[in-house]
Design a protein around this ligand. Structure first.
Ligand SMILES: Cc1cc2nc3c(=O)[nH]c(=O)nc-3n(C[C@H](O)[C@H](O)[C@H](O)COP(=O)(O)OP(=O)(O)OC[C@H]3O[C@@H](n4cnc5c(N)ncnc54)[C@H](O)[C@@H]3O)c2cc1C
Ligand code: FES
Length: 345
C-alpha cells in the first residue's frame, strides 16, 4: 500500500509505493537525498523519523545501532514506511552538497557502438555507489598523474554500473589505450562527481533544448533518462527537444534510443542533424550545423533553457548566436565543453 512522506524542513511531499525504500521513492520523484552504498553499510543516508513507523530493512547493525533506532534514526536506503511518515533529512540542492570521492573500479564491459565510439561500463567495489547529479562527469586518473574527464551517461537512479562514452581521438593517450589495449576486468581509478552541468528548475512555461555534438550525447542521456524515470517529478511536463549533431549517420551511435524516447514521451522530440552525411547514409533528415538547426526552428529562445554539450566550437557558437540573435537570456545557457583534458588543471 502506498504511503505519503513529508520531508522536513523542506516540506516536500512524496509517495512511497509498496516494496520501495524511502530513498528509492525520493530519487524516483526527483528529490536528492544523500546516499553512498545503498545497501545499509555506510550510514550516509541516515535521517530521522519524526512521525510514523518504518520497517528498518536489512542493514548493518553497526551502521544503525539499537540506540539510534530508539531516538528515531533510520537508514533511508533500507527503510520502508509502515505508515505515512514525517522524516527529517538534509536534501542535496547543489553539487557542493555531494562528496567528491576517489574510487577504484573495474571495466565491466566494452562495447564498440560506432567506428570511433566505445561505451565503457565500470563496476565499483561492493558496497560503493557514486552519488551524482545527472549530467556530471568523472576524472579518470592516469598513472602519470594526468586526468581525463568523461561524462557519466547512466542516470543516477541506475547506478550499478557507471557508463562512459569515449570517442577515439587519434594519438590520444587515454583513448588509444581504450580502443587497443583495454580489457574487461582492468582496474581504473577516478575522482568524481564533478561539474555543474545538471538540470535546473524551470518555470512551468519554459521549454528545454538539449544540444549535443558527438559523445556530448552522454550527459544528456543521463539527464533525460533521469527525467523520464521521475514520472511524477518536477520536470515531467516540460517540453524537451534534443538536437544531436554529428558528421555521419554512424556517429549518431544511440539514435535508436533517442527515437524510442520520442515514441514513448509526447513531451520529447529528437532532431538528428548531420553535417557531412555519406551517400551511403541515404540521409533524408536535417543537415548542417546543429546549433543552426535550432535557430532555424526557434526565432526566439526567450522562454527556453539550453543545455549544450560537446566540442568547444559547437558550444561557443551556440552560446554566441543564441544570445545575440535569439534573445536567449545569458543565465539560461548551461554547458559542458569537451576541451582536451591535457589543458585541465
Ligand atoms: C568536462 C569534460 C567532459 C568530457 N567528457 C567526455 C566524454 O564524455 N566523452 C569523450 O569522448 N570525451 C570527453 N571529454 C574529452 C576527454 O576528457 C579527453 O579529452 C579525450 O578523451 C581525449 O583524451 P586522450 O588522452 O585520448 O587524448 P590526449 O592525449 O589528451 O590528446 C591527443 C590529441 O587529441 C586532441 N584532443 C584531445 N581531446 C580533445 C577534444 N576533447 N577535442 C578535440 N581534440 C582533442 C589533443 O589536442 C591532441 O592533439 C571531456 C572533457 C571534459 C573537459
Ligand atoms: S546509503 Fe549507505 S547506508 Fe544507506
Amino acid at each position: 500500500m502506498p504511503h505519503q512522506i513529508i520531508i522536513q524542513p523542506s516540506g516536500h511531499v512524496l509517495t512511497v509505493e509498496s516494496g520501495e525504500t524511502i530513498l528509492e521513492a525520493a530519487l524516483r520523484e526527483g528529490f536528492s537525498l544523500p546516499y553512498g552504498c545503498r545497501n545499509g553499510s555506510c550510514g550516509i543516508c541516515k535521517g530521522k523519523i519524526i512521525q510514523g513507523t518504518v520497517d528498518y530493512g536489512r542493514h548493518n547493525e553497526e551502521t544503525l545501532t539499537a540506540d539510534e533506532k530508539q531516538v528515531g534514526k533510520a537508514l533511508f536506503c533500507c527503510a520502508s514506511p509502515l505508515t505515512d511518515l514525517v522524516i527529517e533529512c538534509h536534501e542535496i540542492s547543489a553539487t557542493k552538497d555531494i562528496e567528491i570521492k576517489t574510487l577504484p573500479c573495474r571495466v565491466h564491459k566494452l562495447e564498440l557502438v560506432a567506428p570511433d565510439v566505445m561505451v565503457i561500463s565500470l563496476k565499483l567495489p561492493t558496497n560503493q555507489r557514486l552519488q551524482f547529479l545527472a549530467g556530471q562527469y568523472i576524472d579518470i586518473l592516469l598513472k602519470d598523474g594526468k586526468r581525463r574527464s568523461f561524462s557519466l551517461a547512466n542516470a543516477p537512479h541506475d547506478d550499478e554500473y557507471l557508463e562512459l562514452h569515449a570517442r577515439n581521438y587519434p594519438g590520444g593517450v587515454f583513448t588509444e589505450h581504450v580502443f587497443t589495449n583495454m580489457k574487461v576486468k582492468d582496474m581504473l581509478r577516478f575522482t568524481g562527481p564533478l561539474g555543474s552541468f545538471f538540470l535546473r528548475d524551470t518555470p512551468e512555461e519554459c521549454s528545454i533544448i538539449f544540444l549535443a555534438s558527438g559523445t556530448g550525447f552522454a550527459p544528456i542521456k543521463s539527464i533525460l533518462e533521469h527525467v523520464f524515470h521521475q514520472e511524477g517529478g518536477r520536470h515531467r511536463k516540460r517540453n524537451m527537444t534534443l538536437y544531436w549533431g554529428a558528421r555521419t549517420k554512424s556517429d549518431l551511435y544511440l539514435a535508436d534510443l533517442a527515437d524510442k524516447w520520442q515514441r514513448e514521451h509526447d513531451n520529447f522530440t529528437f532532431i538528428p542533424v548531420l553535417s557531412e552525411p555519406l551517400p551511403s547514409d541515404n540521409w533524408q533528415g536535417r543537415t548542417g550545423l546543429v546549433h543552426q538547426a535550432v535557430m532555424h526552428d526557434f526565432l526566439s529562445l526567450e522562454m527556453h533553457q539550453v543545455y549544450a554539450c560537446g566540442v568547444p566550437v559547437m558550444v561557443k557558437a551556440a552560446y554566441h548566436d543564441f544570445i545575440t540573435q535569439c534573445h536567449l537570456p545569458r543565465d539560461a545557457f548551461f554547458s559542458d565543453v569537451f576541451t582536451p583534458s591535457t589543458s585541465n588543471p
